[in-house]
Write a protein that binds this ligand. Structure first.
Ligand code: GDD
Length: 331
């Protein structure tokens, strides 16, 4: 039986990759903060339905010895390093903790695997935010990086560390360069979930407006369930390589809001207010990925369209708002 270790297992992607790996018959282990184990109801809502099939270990990305001990004990065949400070806006408020968690945390994981489980295959969650002020549209694995935030810089550093461990020590370590991927399990701070949760609350009379920042930013939005499949496929290949994972379609925040409000028969212009405080000091204007390599080498393709994604998220939030779980099932 293959053994997998996941960091960030309580997050959106952690929950979907856990389901995929359990379905494939893996023994699945997760690294979680001690506080999550103490408050499982609050911190583990995304993996609550899996808890009796997962083995969770308390450790901190800030502590090399704690990560080393778990890796040595678990001896994973595959490791999915998904944990990060992943909210771009927050990285402007606290650049230092974003860099510490994302760069050192990744470095500790790489080093601990090299020392304690060198045959383990390692996935690093790279990001399209690494392309930042894009040099070309669409972007592929050869497009130069130009990150626009401490978050983007931390992901470039993690990507380069992973590449260097692969090249210097001959380890099976790679990065997925994933574009925005969403779902009903998305955190409420990200724009898609912020919009769909407000659409539901506005429709049900629990709110009247939603405050947003830049409506003209364009993103290549896919479904997280599709994207974790690509992560897994990358680690099943003969050689470790980096891959772009995207839909190849770009839509503005305005288009997302327009469609989400229309789904319940409302006009976004009646409910969206622009809040200048939500405009980022440096914005990534457009992201659009070219996933040709993933299609050709991994035989991967996204299966959920933009319209289906918006529909699924609105429907889930409508249901949650009606049964009263919308405000309590989040982080
Ligand atoms: N969060 C947020 N809140 N974003 C807003 C808002 C708002 O009220 N109003 C407009 N936006 C715009 C942001 O300025 C950005 O251009 C876009 O909506 C998307 O923002 P997020 O949903 O916060 O995601 P992100 O694109 O910054 O980053 C996400 O995708 C990356 C991959 O490209 C995150 O998941 C990252 O962790 C991930 O690496």
């Amino acid at each position: 039986m293959k053994v997998a270790l996941i960091t960030g297992i309580t997050g959106q992607d952690g929950s979907y990759i856990s389901e995929l790996l359990l379905d494939q018959g893996y023994e699945v282990h997760g690294i979680v903060r001690r506080v999550a184990l103490e408050y499982p109801e609050h911190r583990m809502w995304r993996i609550r339905h899996l808890l009796d099939r997962l083995q969770l270990h308390p450790a901190s990305l800030e502590s090399y010895p704690s990560l080393f001990k778990v890796i040595q004990r678990v001896q994973p065949n595959e490791c999915y390093h998904l944990a990060a400070q992943s909210y771009v806006s927050y990285s402007f408020e606290d650049e230092f903790s974003t860099m510490n968690a994302n760069v050192n945390g990744t470095h500790y994981m790489l080093s601990a695997i090299r020392e304690a489980a060198p045959n383990c295959r390692f996935y690093f969650a790279g990001s399209s935010e690494m392309f930042g002020k894009v040099r070309e549209v669409p972007q592929n694995e050869d497009t130069p990086f130009h990150p626009r935030s401490a978050y983007g810089i931390s992901k470039v550093a993690g990507y380069e560390l992973t590449r260097n461990y692969r090249e210097a020590y001959g380890l099976f370590m790679l990065s997925g360069i994933l574009y925005n991927h969403e779902s009903p399990r998305r955190g409420f701070e990200f724009v898609t979930r912020k919009i769909t949760s407000h659409v539901a609350r506005i429709k049900n009379g629990q709110a009247t407006e939603v405050r947003l920042g830049n409506l003209d930013a364009k993103r290549d939005w896919g479904h997280a369930r599709d994207y974790v499949r690509a992560m897994w496929l990358m680690l099943q290949q003969d050689t470790p390589e980096d891959y772009v994972v995207s839909t190849g379609e770009s839509h503005s925040v305005r288009e997302f809001a327009d469609l989400a409000f229309r789904t319940v028969g409302l006009n976004y212009e009646d409910h969206v207010r622009i809040d200048q405080n939500l405009i980022r000091p440096a914005e990534v204007d457009i992201l659009c990925g070219d996933a040709t390599k993933s299609k050709e080498k991994l035989n991967w393709e996204h299966s959920t369209s933009f319209e289906e994604l918006v529909g699924e998220m609105v429907e889930a939030d409508m249901k949650a708002s009606e049964d009263g779980s919308l405000v309590t099932n989040g982080p």
